[in-house]
Design a protein around this ligand. Structure first.
Ligand code: CTP
Length: 397
């Protein structure tokens, strides 16, 4: 959480500046106030209007005008923040920092400040590898600047290698780490997520409408609080969380094996929509249309992963949390499900089509525990995740 933290975010000119927009959102979601600064080159990639709209604050631009100076002088601007973050940081701004130059607003702020500085470099791989950049990098590190990334990957210029800016969530994690230990630091949490696919034959399968959004949001929220997260996911629509140990599976049987391999954990949260049945004797060959009639599919029960883990006598996680997807009598069914499975908490939600919850971006849950049923107002899946992660942290404290 970055509540009450003030971050001066300098965007410099690179194609990765568009990721700076997402970074602003992510920082603000966690409670930080973001004051943006755009260099003249950055304005070629993102507009002051979009940056200011996302930050909810005035943008300070490269061209210093007297109104800016009268409202907040550059010395005060550079010192009023808890952290100065440069993302993306070009080779040019790193060179200016290394040399102590002050020939535009961003470099002047950086020279005038006594606030901690973090940079997320982004540049072409050859520029990154160049001896001059590496020299500047060593210099600014020596001056106490924290460096996040860059990562390896395909680059906008068509080359591959180090130079791609760290993802917004990685940068947020570094910012949070900078502000100190978090409540789940040192704790391991296992999360299951997404649907499972149960094969009929090599090209067909039975699945469900789970997008994996709630499980992914929860894993992100747990990571934000400092947990080490093992994320066992079926074939989901949303990308898995950056920073988690991601284990991809397809079937319920594979998910069970991956979960058992992922233990021990301090807590385990079962957000996956696991298929209750698989096709018994799935065909190794594609089923063909036949004059002899329709294929008859026989089903067999899948293992109940949540019940298995909740009822382990040896190595059971201290806190076992299940989800209950219901369409009728949500609280009564979920309460019975909690008792039947033996888990500590059940997060119950109404997945009737008219709620738009399954596959949607919002959720309205009831948290069922020993203490009874607690209804939460409808909110975004990210907000449900943040609140649930905090409750998990409180329970493990
Ligand atoms: N679950 C599981 N393994 C299964 C089925 C479900 O781990 N084979 C977990 C889910 O991840 C979820 C919880 O059990 O946390 C409840 O899932 P849900 O589909 O609501 O319940 P079911 O056990 O399938 O019961 P029913 O279909 O009768 O409602």
């Amino acid at each position: 959480m970055l509540k009450d933290k003030r971050i001066l975010l300098i965007l410099t000119g690179g194609i990765a500046a568009y990721k700076g927009l997402d970074l602003i959102r992510r920082l603000r979601e966690r409670g930080a106030a973001v004051t943006p600064v755009l260099t003249r080159a950055a304005e070629q990639f993102v507009t002051p209007l979009s940056v200011s709209a996302l930050a909810g604050e005035k943008v300070y631009r490269d061209l210093f005008d007297l109104t800016d100076e009268a409202e907040m002088g550059h010395i005060q601007l550079s010192r009023s923040a808890d952290l100065i973050l440069i993302a993306p940081a070009t080779a040019d701004i790193m060179a200016k920092m290394a040399q102590g130059r002050a020939d535009d607003l961003a470099s002047t702020l950086l020279l005038a400040t006594d606030t901690p500085v973090m940079v997320a470099p982004a540049m072409n791989v050859r520029m990154w590898d160049h001896a001059a950049t590496q020299r500047n990098l060593a210099q600014i590190k020596g001056d106490g600047v924290t460096v996040v990334g860059p990562n390896d990957g395909d680059m906008a210029c068509g080359e591959f290698g180090p130079g791609r800016m760290a993802g917004p969530l990685e940068i947020v994690a570094a910012v949070e780490a900078h502000f100190g230990p978090r409540p789940l630091t040192g704790k391991r949490v296992l999360v299951t997520s997404g649907p499972t696919h149960e094969p009929i034959d090599p090209v067909r399968y039975i699945a469900n409408r789970s997008s994996g959004a709630q499980g992914t949001a929860l894993a992100c929220a747990l990571l934000d609080l400092g947990a080490a997260v093992t994320f066992v996911t079926g074939p989901a629509d949303v990308a898995p969380p950056v920073g988690a140990d991601v284990v991809r599976v397809e079937t319920a049987h594979q998910m069970k094996d991956a979960v058992l391999a992922g233990l021990p954990a301090d807590a385990a949260v079962f957000a996956a929509a696991v298929a209750d049945w698989h096709v018994a004797g799935a065909s190794a060959h594609k089923l063909k249309k036949s004059k002899d009639g329709l294929p008859a599919l026989a089903f067999a029960e899948n293992p109940d992963i949540l019940a298995h883990v909740a009822q382990m006598t040896d190595g059971r996680p201290g806190l076992v949390v299940g989800f209950a997807a219901e369409t009728d009598d949500v609280v009564a069914n979920a309460t019975a499900k909690r008792a039947r499975k033996g888990c500590d908490w059940i997060v119950a939600n109404d997945v009737s089509p008219e709620t738009g919850i399954m596959g949607g971006s919002e959720n309205a849950i009831t948290l069922i525990s020993d203490a009874g049923a607690e209804g939460w107002p409808r909110m975004s899946k990210a907000a449900v995740a943040a609140r649930l992660a905090q409750r998990i942290a409180d329970a493990l404290a």
